[in-house]
Design a protein. Structure first.
Lengths: 161, 433
């Protein structure tokens, strides 16, 4: 079991890369898989997210969100918020929140779970992410790195030297 | 006794727990169904047009993008059609591994449908999340089996969504022995779980239903047809893919952007129940015994048996994959060379949702001149409407509106319609001044 698992969810569609960009920014800061940390990018995992949840003590999950805010706005979701953000289930369309709620019913959630959303704008397939999203991903990566540093005397996975 | 009759209309604006976008309109006048229409209004897809001018080497990866759930079906069907035209003889290894790859897709698609989409209906639940409260072990088991299907797809396709492993002539690469060994062990371990799932599915109380319909599916002389076979129907038809157009027709209906298919001017059923109805004699003996034990008698005229049929096919696919990987070895080459030629290529396989038929007209350089793809959901669309009429009459039109609505949704979900694959038709208005 890993101490921390960081998952960036996205797709190659413009701002929908927000989760992937956050992972890239963490890698740029020297945070790597190994020594108790798993860091991965996922492409719309659907229910395949659920098996990943049971093997970590602390899951940090970053996904794009579409709300009413400005692109680049970062929001952290409590578990009590999840039911308001599920979209229902279809073959192709099991969203992150739906998968988390299903995992919750199955008792498969990790002891600690931090879910972050980055408000996105355009999600045209194949387009590049906007500047606001790239900046938000860097900002969120810094927040996550600070939280890792303050939670552990020897933060996992941070390359030193 | 006075029999009450009523007039009402039901409109289900968005069908939940089906893929893509569709809607259902039902109008009852004086106790009779005056109008029943399954409307598909997802924006039309242009894949067949996209394919024109593209080289045969690109086709498997392009058609994989038609569906995120059944990409292997599209890839295998396209490759099969083109290999037939080009006179390619696949190696035994490639033939077997195509079947294993396809089994992975059946396992993941069927398991997803059973546990996340269809089963909640039969437990009085609105979603799989609610079902997980009622029967968490069944959902956990379903997710484990689904993950194994994804693993098989990833093994041969490099990823489970829009895999890229297939090429005309075989596969791009052969998985390592170490990975095959791991997967093989997991497949064997899953067999008892799949048997337990069949027993669980067989215990589900289903609405009684008895309808006469024509089943259409591939039939192979030796195996339960998945990736190859001739097209068979329950009235005795047995034809090769090339003769499809002589027996089946597609036409537009104004209320839908998908095409409606007919066989001898009648709707027909494709998919797991149609396959079992036509091919149950080719099931392995162990599965036949399990069906006897559970009391599942085939052929079945109750479309609500579709969920159980999917469970049976999951066990079959696990057994087949396990059997074919038993003597796995790395081939000298996972593909054979291909030389294109001009002509018409046709192919068909059994996608998780039913018969999938492709036709490509190719030029001498191996480029597509035109393409036609007939997916399972468009073939089932007419049958769904017919089924809804009959099911509602059986169910009783005097039932409360909510009960009627739920019953209609249950009926539609039996077919696991994948509307994004089925949408073809562009309704276009041109104004000229």
């Amino acid at each position: 079991m890993s101490r921390v698992c960081i998952l960036g969810v996205g797709s190659p569609s413009g701002d929908d890369q927000a989760g992937w960009l956050t992972v890239d920014a963490l890698l740029d800061m020297g945070i790597r898989t190994g020594d108790g940390i798993v860091i991965e990018k996922l492409d719309r995992p659907g229910s395949a997210l659920i098996p990943l949840l049971g093997s970590t003590a602390w899951l940090i999950l970053v996904d794009a969100m579409q709300g009413e805010g400005e692109p680049g706005q970062i929001q952290r979701f409590d578990q009590t918020d999840w039911p308001h953000h599920g979209h229902g289930l279809s073959s192709h369309g099991l969203g992150v929140v739906d998968a988390l709620m299903l995992a919750g019913e199955l008792g498969s959630l990790p002891p600690r779970l931090d879910l972050y959303g980055i408000e996105v704008g355009g999600t045209t397939p194949g387009s590049r992410p906007s500047r606001a999203i790239r900046a938000a991903a860097t900002r969120l990566a810094s927040m996550i790195a600070d939280e890792l540093a303050s939670s552990f005397s020897n933060p996992p996975g941070i390359a030193r030297g | 006794m006075t029999e009450s009759v009523r007039s009402m209309s039901i409109h289900v604006p968005v069908l939940a727990r089906v893929e893509g976008e569709g809607a259902l309109d039902l109008r009852i006048d004086n106790g009779d169904i005056a109008e029943l229409r399954l409307r598909i209004f997802e924006p039309p897809r242009f894949f067949e047009k996209f394919l024109e001018g593209h080289h045969y080497t690109e086709i498997p990866d392009m058609v994989a993008r038609i569906c995120g759930i059944c990409p292997v079906a599209y890839q295998v069907t396209a490759a099969q059609a083109l290999e037939k035209l080009f006179g390619v003889k696949l190696s035994r290894w490639a033939r077997d591994m195509r079947r294993v790859f396809y089994c992975g897709e059946w396992i993941q698609s069927h398991s997803l449908h059973i546990h996340l989409l269809a089963a909640p209906d039969f437990f009085g639940c609105n979603s799989a999340i609610e079902l997980a409260r009622v029967d968490p072990e069944a959902v956990r088991r379903g997710l484990r089996i689904q993950a194994l299907g994804n693993e098989l797809m990833d093994l041969f396709g490099a990823r489970s969504v829009h895999p890229v492993g297939i090429r005309v002539g075989g596969f791009h690469a052969a998985p390592s022995l170490a990975r095959i060994k791991e997967t093989r062990e997991r497949l064997r371990a899953a067999l008892p779980e799949a048997e337990a799932m069949i027993r669980w599915a067989a215990r589900i109380q289903l609405p009684p239903d008895d309808q006469a319909f024509i089943s259409v599916a591939l039939r192979h002389p030796a195996d339960y047809a998945i990736e190859s076979g001739a097209i068979a129907a329950s009235d005795g038809l047995l034809i090769e893919a090339e003769s499809y157009d002589a027996h089946f027709a597609e036409q537009h209906e104004t209320h839908s952007t998908a095409l409606f298919s007919t066989y001898r001017q009648q709707p027909y059923l494709v998919g797991p129940l149609a396959r079992l109805n036509l091919n149950h004699d080719l099931l392995p003996d162990g599965i036949k015994a399990l069906l006897v034990e559970t009391g599942f008698t085939l052929p079945s005229r109750n479309i609500f048996h579709s969920l159980l049929a999917r469970a049976v096919e999951i066990l079959l696919a696990l057994q087949e994959a396990s059997r074919l990987l038993d003597d796995y070895s790395i081939p000298d080459s996972p593909w054979v060379p291909v030389t294109p030629r001009a002509g018409v290529a046709t192919g068909c396989t059994e996608a998780p949702r039913g018969l999938l038929w492709h036709r490509y007209e190719m030029d001498a350089d191996g480029r597509v001149i035109n393409a036609r793809i007939v997916p399972p959901t468009s073939q089932n669309q007419g049958r769904i409407e017919e089924d809804l009429r009959l099911s509602l009459m059986n169910f009783g039109l005097d039932q409360p509106d909510d009960a009627l609505r739920l019953h209609c949704e249950k009926v539609i979900r039996n077919y696991d319609p994948c509307i994004s694959c089925a949408t073809h038709f562009l309704r276009m208005r041109v104004e000229r001044t």
